[in-house]
Design a protein around this ligand. Structure first.
Ligand code: PHB
Length: 398
């Protein structure tokens, strides 16, 4: 009996000591105001390095311009390379949450990387700011996901309506064979048909190490008015090279697509063969606003003359969203409080006016129809038509 009593007292004593230590830690935390850590996970090696480099440069530029303190709290950026491997993204996200105690997970250059991390954001109740990936479903995979990039379905809107009004009636579609490609194929076809167009063939090309040659031969044989293309950022140059090598630029078959194909990062490298190419997208380095002119100049100055593309803007605006949310919560890093602060936020981006849909946590933005032209000796996507404040058409329908 006495032994039992002593054992019980020992356990109680240990519990009291433990509680005192815990309280001590809390007290220290509150006093010292730990920095707010933001984990930025990106493909910084492998075939999508340009995406990671652009997003990181955009995020760093925003911090440089706006200082590293918000609501009295220092912001610490922790950048990690996932090499475009979804398992690595998820593992890194887990480590950042557990070991580094990040308050926000950010980055996510491609859809599989964003999807793999969604369960971590949900479990840890940490906001996941998607700065690159674009598949429609992403924001539905966790109530903690907020997106500053674009939605696949948005960026097809302009070109699907422009094409049939401009002599493009019969089209072959060619997309990268993974989630955003499938989304874009479906969204383009449905809107293009509704606008009077006809789709005669649908081609899907593997994402990894794409060989477009056999597909381009099928396009040549089908003799459409135009080929509609979606390939993710960074792949457009490979596609265009093969398009020219197969002589399709001289076949009379026009080329249209989403602006990922003529992304600003690679456009000058593609060369004059891109002249006249018409696409729709949410950002062009030639967007004629004072905010964008300043952004492009500052981005180039900070990155050895590198021109920003839409990924760079996704990173810049993603960091803007994190700063604005922290300012709104007065430095409170509670995940739910941050996501609630992000809902409905509106501001002027280098791409034009943007907002976060309060219901879907997805980006609402203008979509522009653009044509590649030479401006001061360089190639640019010059915007000539605007669809204002476009929401993800799939989510609007739901
Ligand atoms: C995506 O994987 O969601 C993605 C990546 C790059 C793009 C478009 C979509 O240009």
């Amino acid at each position: 009996m006495r032994r039992h009593l002593l054992a019980l007292l020992a356990v109680l004593g240990a519990l009291v000591a433990q509680d005192a230590r815990t309280q001590d830690v809390w007290a220290q935390d509150a006093g010292a105001q730990e920095p707010v850590r933001v984990g930025l996970i990106l493909p910084l090696t492998g075939p999508f390095t340009s995406t990671g480099r652009q997003i990181e440069a955009g995020a760093r530029l925003y911090m440089r311009e706006h200082g590293d303190t918000v609501a009295g709290r220092k912001i610490e950026l922790i950048v990690k390379d996932d090499g475009n491997v979804a398992d690595a993204t998820k593992r890194i996200a887990q480590e950042l949450v557990i070991n580094e105690k990040v308050s926000v997970l950010a980055g996510f250059g491609l859809t599989p990387l964003a999807l793999a991390t969604a369960p971590i954001a949900t479990e840890a109740k940490v906001p996941q700011v998607v700065m690159g990936a674009a598949t429609s479903i992403i924001t539905e995979r966790s109530p903690f996901i907020v997106r500053t990039s674009m939605v696949t379905t948005q960026i097809t809107v302009g070109i699907a309506e422009w094409a049939p009004r401009n002599g493009v009636k019969r089209v072959v579609t060619l997309v990268s064979d993974y989630a955003p490609g499938i989304d874009i194929e479906k969204a383009f076809i449905s809107r293009f048909k509704a606008s009077g167009g006809e789709v005669i063939s649908e081609l899907r090309v593997p994402l990894a190490n794409p060989d477009f040659a056999p597909f381009l031969q099928r396009v040549r044989d089908a003799k459409p008015d135009a080929l509609f293309v979606f390939v993710p950022a960074g792949v457009g140059a490979i596609f265009m090279k093969q398009f020219v090598e197969r002589g399709l630029d001289k076949s009379g078959i026009r080329l249209i697509g989403t602006g990922d194909m003529t992304d600003d990062d690679i456009l000058n490298g593609i060369g004059d063969v891109a002249l006249g190419l018409t696409t729709s997208h949410h950002y062009s380095a030639a967007h004629p606003s004072e905010t964008n002119r300043k952004f492009v100049a500052a981005f180039k100055a900070a990155n050895n003359g590198l021109r920003p593309n839409f990924m760079g803007v996704g990173g810049y605006d993603g960091m803007a969203l994190i700063y604005k949310a922290l300012a709104a919560t007065k430095g409170n890093t509670d995940g739910q409080a941050l996501v609630d602060a992000m809902r409905g936020m509106k501001w002027e981006s280098p791409r034009g006016p943007i907002s976060i849909d309060p219901d879907t946590r997805d980006i609402v933005q203008n979509i522009y129809v653009r044509r590649v032209e030479k401006v001061d000796g360089e190639l640019y996507n010059v915007e000539f038509a605007t669809y204002e404040a476009v929401k993800d058409p799939l989510k609007v329908r739901n």
